[in-house]
Design a protein around this ligand. Sequence first.
Ligand code: APR
Length: 247
Amino acid sequence: MNLLNQAADIIIKGKFNIALTGAGISVESGIPDFRSKGGLWTKYDPSEYATIEAFKRDPEKVWRMIKEMDDLLEKAKPNKAHIGLADLEKMGLLYGIITQNVDNLHQEAGSSNVIEYHGTSKTLSCLWCGRRYKKEEKREEYPPKCECGRILKPDIVFFGEPIPQDAMAQSFQMASKADVLLVIGTSAVVSPANTIPSIAKQNGAKIIEINKESTWLTDSVTDIFLQGSAGKIISELVDIIKNKRHK
Ligand code: APR
């Protein structure tokens, strides 16, 4: 039986299926990932643009990169992969998604249980006085400033910042209970997000990896590797599951 059918059977039988997603799931929505050819980190050195120290040192410079990302995020729409995961949730076959992405596309596709492991681009905070704003409130300002006068920071987790407490706790609980984990569009090089597959594996979960190329997980943690574009694979997988369930 081919791998897609095997994966479909595992998902149908799963009692607590979850997903871990990375930038690769949003590439077909027009948002480049970070480490593939042409990815964001091939254009901007993350040590100069993506650490909390870099932001504090020169917020205007970091906002030039954020602005470029924001313009892409504004135009991005959920693709077949995001929609397929939302369908699985509606079918009772996906309990929740732990995402490393800050693009809100899972929520826009209709997924209701999304843990934003690296924060969100939808709100901005002042590092100095603590005030928080919705991104829309500051749309006309660039770079956006707090009423205290300082430049605001998007609520995305920069390198050197902690993972939001509740996201960390919820993700650990979900990974510890999962019997199926879909790992979609992540190179799994950034910790602690990249410990989630091993936590699930240790608890007996089946790991289904969807990626256009193999990662360090593929030969160590992954049970079924579905190679190719997330949009195509997930929509095919959901179609197979729908057919199997209506037999
Ligand atoms: N379909 C499936 N997989 C894809 C696709 C696609 N269309 N396009 C890219 N990929 C895969 C790449 O092969 C790669 O393995 O998605 C993965 C993207 O990896 P990264 O660019 O490293 O993104 P991610 O794993 O999400 O990075 C994690 O690093 O910079 C930080 O905070 C940032 O959340 C991000 C974290």
